[in-house]
Design a protein around this ligand. Structure first.
Ligand code: 9UX
Length: 67
């Protein structure tokens, strides 16, 4: 499965690394890629192992808002 999260407040390369790292640490997430220009995060994951809500929490724990 693939989903796109809209994340607010990511402006530099460290933001990108923090958010991608937090998502990739979740069991069931195969890849995460932040586009800083648009704030979109493309996530590939295995259904049944992780939920979009889990992803939202992981990103919010890093201090960013998920739309
Ligand atoms: Mo860069 Mo992101 O200095 O919150 S880490 S803007």
């Amino acid at each position: 499965m693939e989903t796109t999260l809209n994340v607010k407040g990511m402006t530099c390369g460290h933001c990108k690394m923090s958010v991608e790292g937090a998502l990739k640490n979740l069991e069931g997430v195969n890849s995460a890629e932040v586009d800083l220009g648009s704030g979109k995060v493309k996530v590939a994951y295995e259904e049944g192992k992780v939920t979009v809500e889990d992803m939202r929490e992981a990103v919010e724990d890093q201090g960013y808002d998920v739309a």
